[in-house]
Write a protein that binds this ligand. Sequence first.
Ligand code: ATP
Length: 697
Amino acid sequence: MMLTRWMSSAESTPESSYLETLNSEQREAVEHGIGAGEQAGPLLIIAGAGTGKTATLAHRVVRLIEAGADPFRILLLTFSRRAADEMKRRAECIAVRALGEGAAASLAWAGTFHAIGARLLREHADQLGLDLSFSILDREDSADLMGVIRHDLGLSSTKERFPTARTCLEIYSRVVNAQLPLAEVLKDTFPWCASWGNELRRLFAGYVEAKQAQMVLDYDDLLLHWAQAMEDPDLAAEIRDRFDYVLVDEYQDTNRLQATILTGLKPDGRGLTVVGDDAQAIYSFRASCVRNILDFPTLFSPPATVLTLARNYRSTKPILMAANAVIDLAPERFTKQLWSERASEQKPRLVTVRDEIEQARYVADRVLEDREAGVPLKQQAILFRTSSHSGHLEVELTRRAIPYVKFGGLKFLDSAHVKDVLAVLRWAENPRDRLAGFRVLQLLPGVGPAHSRRVLDEMAAALMPIAALAGAKPPAAAAAAWPDLTALMRALRDRDLPWPAELDAIQHWYGPHLERIHEDAEIRSADLVQLAQIATGSLSRSDFLTDLTLGPPEATGDYAGPPLLDDDYLNLSTIHSAKGREFRSVHVINVVDGCIPSDLCTGSTAEIEEERRLLHVAMTRAKDELHLVMPHRFYTHAQMKRGDRHIHAPRTRFIPNAIVGLFERSAWSSATATAGSSTSAAQTRVDVGAKARAMWN
Ligand SMILES: Nc1ncnc2c1ncn2[C@@H]1O[C@H](COP(=O)(O)OP(=O)(O)OP(=O)(O)O)[C@@H](O)[C@H]1O
């Protein structure tokens, strides 16, 4: 899209009509510091759920441009790629409205911290001693690499069990992102690993060395190296000089390392705007730190201006009152009471069902009822704390042929066949990427880990790795397939095919292997068709790999076969993945202690508080209808077939008796539902208490 630089501030009209749709609080945030003759001081916008944070940030971007800012020098940092795309789209629409057709704000620097980090590191690779063609490992690959080093150092065969590769990666990642010493992270977050401090240090040193030898960066490196670049005065000045304005969305979910990067970019806070909601901080497991937002104002001198958005445009009053009540019980936060003008008689419902099977039936019934009443499936969502909570529901939906897409949980890109194809691309991009090579080589019949390692060692030692691959001696079973692989790699390396045609070549090569390896090859190849389609959106192989690694598509395609995008489908989502979204009708399932809060959290106050915020986030996704469903009992897994062991689950502690009156309570069972009625708690059928008392009177 064409870049237009708007009128200078002298020409701009603060009363521009495109700002009229904003309320006065939003307007104040949009106008902050504009026209003051110097760059605006630091600004923190505390924006409660549904208060128009995206709209406000998008308008501020356009207003800055209108006042003379250069769109190329605005850095917009968001939490997900979807949020970046949405923000760009909104800003462009507003720009057109503000300045007429033909006007456009092309935001060249909008993306996640990781994506922007990757781009800056590539642009400054020389100065940072990085190889320009570095590839990026996703979390799975990083854990695999950690596993390889763990094994090589003999840590997989220690007498007492050494932490798993995944736990080691989590520890490593927390040290990097929270910028804390290893000993402190072990003591506070991984106390059961505390005795392994020395071994972990050795492991992490090996992991870092392996990444450097293979010219790969993991997600954490994208931030770490960016922060390190900001420590060099000249380089920091160069990077700082690229951006006049830095705007950050979802600031409550940034971690210490990201905060360091921001203060490096804007040491006095001038030109810096951050938006967030401390009540929606839900990513501490990724070392995000709610203190970042609570402490932001005092980071600068003079301190940042704090503006609050409290008018919620999304939810009805009763939904908002209940969501406010849940978060009001949190001990520390910026105080704000969300309010709404959307009147409704309907309180959110708190529904008890016998077990998860009944819960699935209840939800499926309600979803169909809502659809009959004119609410499309796409406007409905079922939310849960953990991906595995939706098992029963997925079965019930499939049984009733209700199409759905699941967000969170097993992702499209985590499926083996998609990873295989991407590994070929990554290996072609960087033949020293051992993990990619390790995966690709083992697709061939008869090639195992030992043989792959040998070939990769030969390639690592050679000046021309692909020639070394061609010259390597394959095991007998792979002899026939070897020339095809080397021919493919050579073609990809030499860029014989234009992008994205090379993906077709890979699929052509991969087809027979897919059929040999997987029984359900046909279903899996549909995902590969989808992958090829996604590839058309990127300009080059390297862009495609970077885009996918940093912002993967979220829908599961592994088993369900994703519905076409224009079909109507129900949204199933973890609460984390529903962040930033809204639906006319929302069901939150398993609203019981043990699920929310999850019994997986260790019970520290900070963790419990985060679970409270999760429930708040879930509730505030609803516009018109909100159902919180509570199965009364859960079957336990470790028992004989047809066993009937179960545990009783109490209502979540986040809805204590003091606030339960804000909900309409009812009990539901499929037996009474088919008889055409549900039992309301208020209309008890058999008052067993009275009967029992009567026995003794
Ligand atoms: N000034 C306004 N007038 C009317 N509607 C508005 C206004 N501002 C925002 N909205 C509407 O309110 C809803 C919520 O806005 P948005 O999605 O930007 O909220 P948000 O603050 O990002 O929410 P959350 O943090 O919960 O994800 C949207 O449907 C949006 O169109």
